[in-house]
Design a binder for this molecule. Structure first.
Ligand code: OAD
Length: 234
């Protein structure tokens, strides 16, 4: 087994946070079964009824703070401290990787912990993971979560950075994503086309399972532990 990987990419989805108690989006108990994204997670919903959308996101912040990073999150930050070209590209917005001390985190879908003023084009970053006391910018405009909602474009700089990191990857490990939402599918294929060794950790089959070199049908923390014990990060 090869163990001299240098450029490592972890590509994480909601299944990574599931073990911490954060609900996924599509499986059993998934957020989009309880809440229609059309009413809570798109610009149109925010324009029609910003307070309801902000209440939903406040609730998600409160729920996220009840959860803590699990051993898999900490494994990943340990790997990063040993191998500094390790990156986490995450679709998660809950900040769990940062709470486990990972630094090279690219948040594709933004963050629950940032708000932005659409008129001043400024981002308010809550590094302390606290509640927002005001829903309004100093300019008087209502703040919106800095999240890539349905129908939003991804941030250009974030895509550029993620693409660069994926092209250079020699090991690409997808963890806990259904791979149904763009760019999940595109990124895994991009890594494979550029020669990365491909590993999927997911208890269930996904649309992309067939493209992986190794499939680990375990929970995120167990799958990571297995890879560590097998010497993939030596
Ligand atoms: P999904 O809810 O679509 O998929 C979660 C995946 O995690 C499934 O494949 C599960 O099998 C897997 N899973 C569940 N428990 C797991 C565990 N303990 N360990 C490992 N895997 C586990 O979530 P995402 O693929 O992340 O976007 O969804 C992508 C995007 O769709 C989200 O970022 C979100 C959503 O709409 C926005 O909100 C913009």
């Amino acid at each position: 087994m090869k163990s001299d990987f240098i450029n490592i990419v972890f590509f994480t989805g909601a299944g990574m946070s599931a073990e911490s108690g954060v609900p996924t989006y599509r499986g059993k108990g998934g957020i989009w079964h309880e809440y229609k994204w059309e009413e809570y997670a798109c610009q149109n919903a925010f324009d029609n009824n910003p307070q309801i959308v902000l209440d939903f996101h406040e609730l998600r912040r409160i729920e996220a703070l009840k959860c803590n990073p699990h051993s898999g999150h900490f494994r990943m930050s340990e790997i990063e401290s040993k191998k500094d070209k390790t990156y986490i590209i995450t679709q998660n917005i809950d900040g769990m990787h940062q709470r486990a001390a990972s630094k090279n985190v690219i948040e594709l879908h933004g963050s629950l912990w940032r708000m932005k003023c659409q008129s001043e084009k400024i981002i308010i970053d809550d590094k302390n993971f606290g509640k927002y006391s005001s829903r309004y910018c100093k300019c008087g405009n209502i703040l919106r979560p800095d999240i890539v909602w349905f129908k939003d474009m991804l941030d250009e700089y974030t895509i550029k950075k993620a693409t660069e990191v994926i092209i250079n990857a020699d090991l690409f490990i997808s963890i806990g994503t259904s791979a149904l939402v763009w760019p999940a599918a595109g990124y895994a294929n991009l890594a494979k086309d550029n020669g990365a060794y491909m590993i999927e950790i997911n208890p269930h089959n996904t649309e992309l399972s067939t493209i992986y070199d190794k499939i680990i049908r375990k929970k995120a923390s167990e799958g990571l532990e297995y890879l560590v014990n097998e010497g993939y990060f030596n």
